[in-house]
Design a protein around this ligand. Structure first.
Ligand code: SF4
Length: 64
């Protein structure tokens, strides 16, 4: 699994890092940074899916 992020789409309201703080984090402007881009353990995989599923701007995606 690989988490991809499109910074052009991110508006920085922070749902990803609020819901999945072990995989996503805010940068200095409140936009997303992907901390774990290739999660392998179950907890990180679950958080990655939660963050991606809850991004209203579709800035995040998963390549399986
Ligand atoms: S939920 Fe989406 S739009 Fe919001 S900060 Fe995260 S990546 Fe950006």
């Amino acid at each position: 699994m690989k988490v991809t992020f499109d910074p052009e789409r991110c508006t920085g309201h922070g749902r990803c890092y609020a819901l999945a703080p072990d995989v996503f984090a805010p940068d200095d402007f409140g936009h997303c940074e992907v901390v774990v881009s290739e999660p392998t353990d179950a907890a990180h995989v679950a958080q990655a899916r939660l963050g991606v599923d809850n991004c209203p701007e579709r800035a995040l995606a998963i390549d399986e």
